[in-house]
Design a protein around this ligand. Structure first.
Ligand SMILES: [Zn+2]
Length: 275
């Protein structure tokens, strides 16, 4: 899939930024129909968000989409997971080799993304701010989103198209953080600052109403799970395996069992914090 979309910016002060989605060929239970990489272009410069897996064909496509007269200005990953970041260092080297200038790789956690440097607060183009970085811990500790000019939110794995995300405690993921991040996004959407959501997996939510509905649905889904776990525990279901069966049912497919365990652990941690 290659989508192209160019909404007129809502604010006349904002630069025109073209957003190009390029989906990698890495479908799976956790990646849905594949990781969606994004190229941002403001006419002079190009940025790549989440280069995805280290797949030569996919990286070649990103190289092509970010070229064509534009100067590569940086590569950013929304979080540490390999399906978003494994190709990032290679792509930034390829962009640097092609342009003859250094192309930084940015990530929130340098220890988790080799070769990266700290994230800027915003991506700056010739005409102003191309995108603001929004810290959204929860899926992992180092998850961020990008609010691109025109109110387009690149949500990484914080919000997915047509599926709920997983909280990964071993990567610093936390349900308490996640609910706070969703509350921030909800406030931004109600404020009219989010016009559409472009996730790391699954289809985009193309209208402000769909974006707000997706955020509210994610919040409701988590609260429903928290209540399910609370009720099961009150009823004496205490081990993780029995909770898994009680909350997710007996027919959970094998590839989803481990992620469901992570979500349960995150929910138990959240409850243990006194929520
Ligand atoms: Zn992820």
């Amino acid at each position: 899939m290659e989508g192209r979309e160019q909404d007129p910016p809502t604010d006349p002060e904002e630069p025109r930024v073209e957003l190009i989605a390029v989906r990698a060929d890495n479908p799976g239970p956790m990646t849905l129909d594949g990781t969606v990489s994004y190229v941002l272009r403001d006419g002079e410069q190009a940025w790549v968000v989440d280069p995805g897996p280290k797949d030569p064909e996919h990286l070649a496509e990103l190289l092509l989409r970010s070229g064509d007269g534009a100067r590569p200005a940086g590569v950013l990953v929304t979080h540490r997971h390999a399906d978003h970041s494994a190709g990032a260092a290679t792509l930034s080297r390829q962009l640097a080799a092609r342009s003859g200038r250094e192309v930084p790789l940015w990530a929130a956690d340098q220890s988790a993304v080799p070769g990266s440097r700290p994230l800027p607060a915003a991506l700056m183009g010739g005409g102003g701010v191309v995108a603001h970085v929004v810290h959204l811990p929860g899926h992992t500790a180092d998850s961020v989103g990008l609010l691109v000019a025109g109110g387009r939110l690149l949500s990484g794995d914080t919000l997915l198209g047509g599926s709920s995300t997983v909280i990964v405690p071993e990567d610093g993921g936390s349900l308490t953080d996640y609910l706070q991040s969703l509350a921030i996004l909800r406030a931004m959407a109600i404020d009219g600052r989010i016009g559409s959501i472009h996730p790391g997996h699954g289809p985009a939510l193309e209208s402000p109403l769909d974006a707000l509905a997706a955020i509210e649905q994610a919040i409701a889904h988590r609260h429903e799970r928290i209540e399910q776990v609370r009720r099961a525990r009150t009823a004496g279901v205490l081990t993780l395996d029995r909770l898994l069966r009680s909350v997710y049912g007996p027919d959970l497919p094998e590839p989803l069992r481990e992620p469901a365990r992570w979500n349960l652990r995150a929910t138990l941690d959240h409850l243990a914090e006194g929520h």
